[in-house]
Design a protein around this ligand. Sequence first.
Ligand code: GBH
Length: 472
Amino acid sequence: MNAATPSADASVNRRFPDGFFWGVATSSYQIEGAWDEDGKGESIWDRYAHTPGHVKNDENGDIANDHYHRYKEDVALMKSIGTTAYRFSIAWPRIFPDGTGQPNRLGLDFYKRLVDELLGARIEPFVTLYHWDLPQALQDKYGGWQSKETAKAFADYAGYVAEQLGDRVKHYFTINEFASFVEGGYQGFDVQMGGGKTIHLGGAPGLVLSDSDLKQVRHHAVLGHGLAVQAIRAGAPAGTQVGFAENMRTAVPVIDSPEYVQAAEAATRDRNAGFITVMLEGRYPDEYLAEAGGQAPKFTDEELATIGTPLDFVGINVYRPGSYVEPSDKPPGYRDIPINASHPKMQSEWHIFDAEVMYWAPRHVQALWGASSIFITENGCAASDVIASDGRVYDSDRVMFLRAHLGQLQRATADGVPVHGCFVWSAQDNFEWIYGYGNRFGIVYVDFDTLERTPKLSAKWFREAARRNAVV
Ligand code: GBH
């Protein structure tokens, strides 16, 4: 063998740091089913999906993957594909059917059973407290996140869960994807695609508020996060770690040079002003308030201090670049470049493809906010998966997607960005919100007639990567 021969063993130079978590993720409404069992209250997604015309083919999460009854099989499956961490969400209306008041013991018991099963399989549980299934009662009573009362109720619920599960769960995410449920649920929002095209997305509760009202909803959501962080710390044992999981709008620099990187960082800070930036800086950027003018959210200094409560880690969902930027002589010092019409994309209509985002997103988080611990709380893609005649599912495009993204993530860790784990979305195909069951994100295939689970080719890839703690 001469010096120019490449190493045959990826684990030599494409390894992740020791102790890196190889995770998969899901959320309650998307997989549990059992929508009205054991005393569970109605959620806004139950109501929204039960109303015709909202979800493709009028599908809903009534049964979904029936994970509520099949969780043991699902944990065993996760173990068999080498998973070392599982990020799942708790359905608030299972714990407090009316949003507040008396807790429902049966709902809590389900999560205790699930967590015990995970710990028995040596899979670390990571709990998300809010993945969009708000108790309908709080929507009816307060207009949901339009009121501070919902933020307070969220903190009470979060504190209660942390107290009840504190002996076995060490990591909590308060809220998943603020932008998605706030902008999507209370106004609807446009996503930039190639060739100047945009698409419009929405979700429960399906309201269309004014810009100023929307900014107030955003404020209540981050306030709910901050109050929940404090309630979790008050209720859980010392050493419990808390953060959020946000789909950061990441600006990717066109060129890897200091001016471009600086422009991309500035753009990322601005684009996330109402969520990540205020949570990590404890204040709204001046430009955000100036731009909003009379429509700025109303807040107190005390609320800002709560929103900015220091966190143990930063969680980001990474799917695609939000934009590409280059430096500009004019304020704000950067400009978006158009995305080409032929830009590659994955199956979901919003999903443009560029794995570089997996390098820049955590690197921006470290550079902008000095985060000392970062988790990639979601990364993955939908694909046109089918069971082949030999019974297998050949999702070659998902293998490409994951390998490319994890390659960029490994590059980030090699550059000293403190990423401590990555959760593939998703552990299995599931209910993809307004797209129903059409968009399959799983590394495990689910037949939604028989509910049979079949690991895909990507699960085999994941297992080998996890085993070697490296990009393979
Ligand atoms: C996440 O949402 C959700 O957490 C999860 O429940 C869902 O199943 C999964 O991803 C797959 O969709 O702002 O540039 O990223 C993602 C929902 C977030 C997708 C906003 C579209 C807009 C493009 N959406 N995104 S961008």
